[in-house]
Structures are given as structure tokens and as C-alpha cells.
Design a protein around this ligand. Structure first.
Ligand SMILES: N[C@@H](CCC(=O)N[C@@H](CS)C(=O)NCC(=O)O)C(=O)O
Length: 204
């Protein structure tokens, strides 16, 4: 059986939604990131990176990183493009999310990771928020005229929802992004999404 280590409101929410929608039995393993549970010796043995999400596979081994976990779950639950070009495009979107959108937000939430100079923290946060906002607008553009990011609903969509909720958390003008907001409304109609938002106490 699969098990997911996740933190409420974190990027692990994407995998959490996928597992919840899959209908397959899995073990949710909730972590308190604010308390630093991701840095305990026990957890670091499972994931030396000290982050969530972490997926425990059927054989008991562990898989880290959204860029690996989401395609794996997508293939397992038919939430992944079947053709080569569709798959390449999905990987391109996941790469953009994990390597650009997420780190921009990390400059807002964890600016101390980017400088030793305390006086530079506000500037890093401010620039991080601007960059993050710009990326959200790009996601809004990617959703123009389409229901989902890929040709059909896929693991990309719960990942995109994570960043929408982070925009809400940072009080960005999310309603101005019409395509992204309509997408969020479609997502929050899904019962599994509702269950996860309730479990993680995330506002949208
Ligand atoms: N590149 C990783 C990033 C994972 C990551 O940074 N997760 C955050 C939550 S969104 C985390 O575990 N934060 C705890 C920490 O930084 O100590 C991925 O995409 O899976």
C-alpha cells in the first residue's frame, strides 16, 4: 500500500488530492512542518532532503520530489497523458511548477534561506512575491480557453491548485485571474478536492 507524508497546505497537497481521487487505499502521514518534523532523524532516514511530499511505495522504499511522484501517481491512476508529446508537455509544466513557481514562493515564505544578511530579507520577500504573482498570471494564461492544463484532467491540475491557494494565502488579487479562478472553481467541485481542503484546512 502507498503512504504519503504530507504537510497541511504544502505542495504535497497535489499528491494528496491525487491519492484521494484514486479510490485506492493509502496511508496519509501528516507532518507538522512548523514543528520541524521533516528534520527529525527518523524522517531524514526516509527522505534525506527533509521535505514533503514523500511517497512510500508498495515495497516500502521512498520516492521524493513532485517531479517524480506526480508522474508516477499519474501513470498508476490514469491521470497522465498516454502519448509521447502529451507526456513531454506535462513534464514541461511540472518542471516549470517545481523549478520556477515553487521557488519564487519560497523566497516569500523562507527568505532566510537566500541570504545571511537580515536587512536583505524584506527585499527578497517583496521580489519573491512579485515573481510568484507573475508566474500565477502565466498559469492563468496557460488555462485560457481550456478546462484542464492537459487535454484531460491530470495530476497537473491538483499541482496548479496548490499555487492558487498560496496566492490566496499571500493575499494576491486572485479573482483578477479569471481563467485560473474558473479552474479553481472546477477543482473545488470535486469531492476529493473538498475532502483534502477540509483535512488540510486550506482556504481557497
Ligand atoms: N523540490 C521539492 C520541494 C519540496 C518542498 O520544498 N516542500 C516543502 C513544502 S511545500 C517542505 O517540505 N518544506 C519544509 C522545509 O522546507 O523545511 C518538490 O517539489 O517536491
Amino acid at each position: 500500500m502507498l503512504a504519503l507524508y504530507y504537510g497541511p497546505g504544502a505542495c504535497s497537497m497535489a499528491s494528496h488530492i491525487v491519492l484521494e481521487e484514486s479510490g485506492e487505499k493509502y496511508e496519509p502521514k501528516r507532518m507538522d512542518l512548523a514543528k520541524g518534523e521533516q528534520r527529525t532523524d527518523d524522517y531524514l532516514k526516509k527522505n534525506p532532503l527533509g521535505r514533503v511530499p514523500l511517497l512510500q511505495l508498495d515495497d516500502g522504499s521512498h520516492l521524493a520530489e513532485n517531479t517524480a511522484i506526480l508522474p508516477y501517481l499519474g501513470k498508476r491512476f490514469s491521470l497522465w497523458p498516454a502519448d509521447g508529446i502529451g507526456e513531454a508537455k506535462a513534464l514541461s509544466t511540472i518542471g516549470f511548477f517545481a523549478a520556477s513557481v515553487h521557488p519564487a514562493h519560497a523566497h516569500v515564505g523562507r527568505p532566510e534561506r537566500y541570504t545571511a544578511d537580515q536587512s536583505a530579507l524584506p527585499g527578497i520577500k517583496e521580489m519573491g512575491l512579485k515573481t510568484f504573482h507573475g508566474y500565477l498570471k502565466q498559469i492563468d494564461g496557460m488555462l485560457a480557453g481550456r478546462e484542464w492544463l492537459s487535454d484531460k484532467y491530470s495530476v497537473l491540475d491538483p499541482y496548479a491548485l496548490v499555487f492558487y491557494t498560496w496566492g490566496v494565502r499571500r493575499e494576491l488579487p486572485m479573482a483578477e485571474m479569471k481563467n485560473y479562478t474558473a479552474f479553481k472553481d472546477r477543482m473545488t467541485k470535486r469531492p476529493a478536492v473538498q475532502r483534502v481542503l477540509e483535512d488540510e484546512k486550506v482556504k481557497v
